[in-house]
Design a protein around this ligand. Sequence first.
Ligand code: F6R
Length: 609
Amino acid sequence: MCGIVGYIGHRDACEVIMKGLCRLEYRGYDSAGIAMIEPGGIAVRKREGKLSGLAELLEESPLRGHCGIGHTRWATHGEPDTPNSHPHTDCSGHIALVHNGIIENYLSLRMALIEEGHTFTSKTDSEVLVHLVEKYYQGNLLDAVKRAVASAEGAYAIAVISDRTPDEIVVARKASPLVIGVGEGEGFIASDVPAILEYTNRVLYLNDNELARVTRDGIAIYDLSLKPLAREPVTIEWTLEQAEKGGYETFMLKEIYEQPSSFQDVLRGRILPGRDGVTLAMKGIDDAFIRSLEKVSIISCGTACYAGMGGRYLLEHFTDLAVEVDYSSEFRYRCPKLDRNTLVMTVSQSGETADTIASLRMAREKGCKIVSVVNVVGSTIDRESDGVIHTHAGPEIGVASTKAYTAQLGALVLFALHVGRVRGQVTPADARAIIEELESLPGKIDRALATEGAVRSIAQKHFRVKSAFYLGRGFNYPNALEGALKLKEISYLHAEGYPAGEMKHGPNALIDRDFLVVCICTRSVRYDKMISNIKEVEARGGRIVAVGTEGDPNLKDIAGDVIYVPETMEELSPIVNVIPLQLFAYHIARLRGCDIDKPRNLAKSVTVE
Ligand code: F6R
């Protein structure tokens, strides 16, 4: 998500940090800042917007020193403005900190710290960390950081400096990446290797629940009880371009593989302590309003629309609400019947899609409240909605959406669960079971990713086909649409998603031995019906690739190829089942020699009608 760079040594720290932050620029960010230990104490420069703005600020008032930390922020909590940008300082101004991740219990920590007399200057979750370090500081920065992170729940990679101990940077990590670069008489820290590759290719990777002290003389790594840990540097052989992609051949593949952790981030801080419900902190949407609702209208485009369709199945399943779904480009020009008892939901990765913004504004004029599922904090849709569920998927660079889709589905599960609990249609016991299963999904997504070898071999057999159908039923019908969209956008093959039961009403006429049919047939209440639909395709000689549940004994007899994924609740199964569909589209596109990260004729964000 955010970018972190730090330096201690003999060079101009500001220059090293600015260069490092520029190397991370490709990932996207909304503000940037640097803190430096200067002879007079800690000095901070930070600014909303691009690094060029920070560079201008540094020209007007330069930072001079040899020990500093810098940050590019991808907002999660609090708008993308200057006060919320990092580094954050404590009340005394003696400590500065940068953070990447999400602190789940920041609200309770913040309240307790305010009661103890701390003054906050931002709305971020991160700022609690610097005040905790201040609270625990008794002359030993490493010890204070250790005690601070012990109080924090969630994910963090942090770097901390203090002018009282000017010869060190202290770092800590849990569930967010952090690397330490090894130099001669100098040390580097970064959230990603590209930031420091110009200076060193010898790095130490910090693991979860570890801290380190980086000084000019060396690097010491510790566990949470401050027991020293031995670690040998590894030599990075990647080029800069490979390093930007984390060693993956494309951003899309990197993002596909980020899904276990990006899905975890959707859940962070949202499960109630009793585990029988969730909290979504939708400012303008209270329980009384949720109880008064009669209808939900979901509007979005492309992949986000398929997530929205998934949201309809979820809301209809968990609540008694009537739910409609529309493509934004249609919604804005039809005459939808909307009133105060209709909630309009938009789903958008970028938060800047022109048709979705226009639809949102139209709904607002008709008196509807708006709840949006948005990835980019501070985007137009984020700002113009009454309630927002941020997906926290981090920057998505590949044009084809992958991790944003699973994060959107996760956010919609949480929303449906919340509405179901508030309206009394989901029992505490049911909520507990769903939450338990939601929490198991990162592991199941991981296992679904392990199908890549099998998927690659299957793609090898079929990449020369001309057309494909993707079939699914119920919760997995929108997933069939998404699978087909992935294939067409990156491989330029004609593909269509269909509800499997619809095939006999026309599409079956197209099936012959050259027609590829991808069938999502994991265990569900409609499993037998799906099997019958697959048999209809088999009878017409179609090439069947099925996605089935691990241990399913039937599919191998009717499908030419089967990709097995772990079992989960049917309601949540699209989140696991889409993984092999993403990988399949990926490998077909690769075999066809397509430019996967930048497919022809497409833009990442469609800001025109
Ligand atoms: C497909 C894809 C697009 C977007 C669509 C909506 O992989 O990325 O279909 O999903 O343009 O964009 P957002 O979510 O930014 O509103």
